[in-house]
Design a protein around this ligand. Structure first.
Ligand SMILES: Cc1cc2nc3c(=O)[nH]c(=O)nc-3n(C[C@H](O)[C@H](O)[C@H](O)COP(=O)(O)OP(=O)(O)OC[C@H]3O[C@@H](n4cnc5c(N)ncnc54)[C@H](O)[C@@H]3O)c2cc1C
Length: 374
């Protein structure tokens, strides 16, 4: 139904946002022929974040393509609201209701989009579940993403923190993405060099923060594939399975088995995976820490610095398996904070801050949260 905001309607929308749950009166100008985004007001986000935390979004839109985003940008009432782009909600801690517009990416589709001498290019829409995408590529006998199996969330969120696991990162197979730029209203194409990928970081957490909405992602899968068995636990799992010369599907199965053993299933106990990034310290600080704590778990980096295992630091502070109200630290994996049932985001955040304080006091190391805290 075509719609135009008439005088007074802007304040109606803002009022609805403030009140939360109030249905905003819709007014239409049939002559205007403007596309109308189907906004819901007062939408619960509990089922849309893997911590399972209740929070109400003042306004909510299921985004099926760029035309929805253009309509939001063109709408004088909607365009001024704070925006949260939401995929699978698996890297998010909601500590309060969201007084703005949630743009939930639900566009789907996967297709082979090209090839050259070295690679096959596969493009997936942002709302596709990441693990389903990995499995789709493997079913087409296109290896390359297998080490990133079973990471929750959406394809569109994968570049945000350059998802990584079991010795691989998205950046290695990433080719390009299409995004809607809210600043200019244009569609933009960014290639790997434009994205400033780093450990759990990208341009989308920096210059393009609150600006770019990723619509699709294209990966370049190698025609001359080599297994990536750099991660010792993965190599050991394959050995234990009696697989000497694994194909990509066997690697995916091994990764899935390890992840199921180690990580809690968000469908069973709410969590967002690793709650803290592994801190990277100078060689000097590492030497001092290692002298004081010979068991320190650490990984040398190419730039001479050293990455520390945040889970080990937290475990040493005695937090594994502990709780603060309904928020807790997972029994098997100290890096994972969990919602034991009915926890609020504020409780999870309070637990995270206690852990940060203890690790800083004991080791002089600052732990940085990995999920987006709102
Ligand atoms: C059990 C578990 C295990 C995990 N293991 C790993 C792991 O091994 N490695 C790893 O890297 N991560 C891991 N994670 C974290 C998480 O799965 C990833 O970060 C994932 O990419 C988040 O996707 P999402 O769609 O759920 O993002 P959301 O939580 O919905 O959003 C995360 C951030 O991305 C932004 N965003 C989402 N979609 C878009 C888009 N289309 N355009 C622009 N911005 C967008 C959001 O605004 C938000 O800032 C794990 C999480 C869980 C629960």
């Amino acid at each position: 139904m075509p719609r135009i905001i008439e005088e007074g309607a802007l304040s109606d929308v803002l009022l609805a946002v403030r009140l939360g749950g109030t249905r905003c009166p819709r007014r239409y100008n049939r002559a205007a022929m403007t596309f109308t985004p189907d906004i819901r007001y007062g939408q619960s986000l509990r089922a849309l974040n893997t911590f399972g935390i209740e929070a109400i979004a003042s306004a909510y839109l299921r985004v099926t393509g760029a035309e929805d985003l253009r309509a939001v940008r063109a709408d004088p009432a909607l365009s001024v609201l704070p925006r949260l782009v939401l995929g699978g909600g698996s890297n998010l801690l909601l500590t309060r209701d969201y007084a703005g517009l949630v743009l939930h990416m639900v566009n789907t589709g996967i297709a082979i989009s090209g090839e050259d001498a070295h690679s096959v290019y596969v493009t997936a829409q942002a709302g596709e579940p990441w693990h389903g995408f990995v499995q789709w590529t493997l079913a087409q006998r296109l290896p390359g993403l297998e080490n990133l199996s079973l990471i929750p969330g959406s394809v569109g969120a994968a570049p945000i923190q350059n998802i990584g696991a079991y010795g691989a990162e998205l950046a290695e197979c990433f080719h390009a993405l299409t995004a809607f730029d809210f600043l200019t209203g244009e569609l933009i194409t960014l290639h790997r060099a434009d994205c400033a990928f780093a450990y759990r970081d990208s341009v989308f957490k920096q210059a393009f923060r609150n600006r770019a909405v990723i619509l699709d992602v294209t990966v370049a899968l190698p025609k001359h594939w080599q297994p990536n068995l750099r991660y010792a636990e993965l190599a050991a799992e394959l050995t234990a399975r009696g697989v000497a010369d694994p194909d990509a599907t066997e690697i995916s199965e091994a990764v899935i088995a390890i992840r199921r053993r180690k990580l809690p299933d968000p469908a069973v106990v709410g969590n967002a995976g690793s709650f803290f990034k592994n801190p990277v310290v100078s060689a000097e600080q590492h030497a001092q820490l290692h002298a004081a704590h010979p068991q320190l778990v650490s990984y040398p980096q190419a730039d001479g610095r050293v990455k520390l295992a945040a889970g080990w630091l937290i475990d040493q502070c005695g937090w594994k398996g502990q709780s603060l109200g309904a928020a807790g630290v997972h029994e098997r994996q100290a890096l994972v904070l969990v919602n034991r049932g009915g926890a609020t985001g504020a409780q999870v955040l309070a637990l995270a801050e206690r852990i940060q304080a203890d690790v800083a006091t004991r080791f002089g190391v600052n732990l940085e949260p990995e999920p987006v805290v709102l």
